[in-house]
Ligand binder design. Structure first.
Ligand code: PMP
Length: 325
């Protein structure tokens, strides 16, 4: 292994893990991009680094500056690590519905954390809009704006996409992932489609999101009544997602995702969060549709340690009517 330069140097180049049980069961290669192995623990380290680099290059963020972001957690965690490593102040606005573990970690990392009530995007007090307002009132500050700042998807076009292509020797048939900002899916989809028009892109959506309906029909309509998953599912097409070549979508119910999370833990030894469960469940569905002999790549977005009080708490699961497996 090469020596890398600091936290930023350790972002990316994650392993592609063959999920043995799921692969054997379907006769396909089901491969998970191990984004939980990034130094800040999630896929969002790539976007956070790219957003800071672009702002620095443009002179928008100068030494001693402040980075403000509205985040469901993981982008904020990536930004907080990078702000420490680069000498910036980090201000995070997070909906109070997000897991305690992520909020505690942000505070441990030294971010100034503002929890706000969860409000829909159109509400002026939505967490993203609060973050934009706060940044506007500060000197030498940027609003990272992960949803509509395309430095996010550019990171995945420049790194995640090429890594998937190289690691599979170009044999990837389908890439499937759920979206929050859409950065991962958009960047990887664009890169892979450029390499080969044969690669299919499938969006995995949780209940309560509008993108499944959007991909299938062209109009945004929320399907189902919500999900326990965090960081994914949305009611709008972000600038990052706009124009992404998506071939199909599947809707994954929470129980299917939770079953996958517990199978990943017990059968593969991988301790992961709920969006990884949605992604693997969707990859398995795609594999069953395609039949044996295909290579399906998905994303293992973050580790399970961020969800002890929920996904890995039997009482909490029971209250939600879900079974651990
Ligand atoms: N999974 C988790 C746990 C996340 O935090 C996020 C980002 N919010 C995603 C998946 C989706 O990634 P993206 O924003 O690139 O669509």
């Amino acid at each position: 292994m090469d020596i890398v330069d600091g936290f930023a140097g350790a972002v990316g180049n994650t392993p592609l893990i063959r999920l043995r049980g799921f692969s054997e069961e379907t006769g396909c290669e089901i491969l998970g991009k191990a984004e939980f192995m990034n130094p800040g623990g999630s896929v969002k380290d790539r976007a956070a680094l790219s957003i800071l680099r672009v702002a620095e290059e443009r002179g928008e963020l100068r030494p001693g500056g402040t980075v403000v972001e509205g985040t469901a957690g993981n982008t904020g965690i990536g930004l907080a690590h990078l702000c420490n490593a680069r000498g910036y102040r980090c201000v995070i606005v997070i909906p109070e519905t997000q897991s305690r573990e992520k909020i505690d970690l942000l505070r441990t990392l030294g971010a100034e954390v503002h929890t706000v009530p969860a409000r829909p995007y159109k509400d002026p007090d939505n967490y993203q809009k609060v973050a934009r307002r706060m940044a506007g009132e500060m000197d030498n500050a940027i609003w990272a704006n992960q949803f509509d700042n395309t430095a996010n998807r550019d990171a995945h076009y420049a790194t995640t996409g090429p890594e998937v292509w190289t690691q599979t020797n170009g044999s990837v048939d389908t890439f499937v992932a759920a979206t929050g900002t859409g950065g991962t899916l958009a960047g990887v989809a664009r890169y892979l489609k450029e390499r080969s028009g044969r690669v299919r892109i499938v969006l995995a959506d949780p209940s309560g999101s509008a993108l499944y309906h959007y991909v299938r029909t062209g109009t945004l309509e929320v399907m189902g009544d919500g999900s326990i998953t965090e960081g994914i599912g949305t009611s709008r097409v972000t600038a990052n997602l706009e124009g992404t070549p998506i071939d199909d979508a599947c809707l994954i119910e929470d129980q299917e995702a939770v079953t996958c999370v517990y199978r990943l833990l017990r059968e593969e030894g991988l301790f992961l969060g709920s969006s990884s469960g949605i992604n693997v469940a969707a990859a398995v569905r795609v594999a069953r549709e395609l039949g044996p002999g295909h290579t399906i790549v998905t994303v293992l977005c973050d580790g399970g340690g961020r969800y002890y009080s929920r996904l890995f708490n039997p009482q909490w699961l029971q209250q939600k009517g879900l079974q651990p497996g």
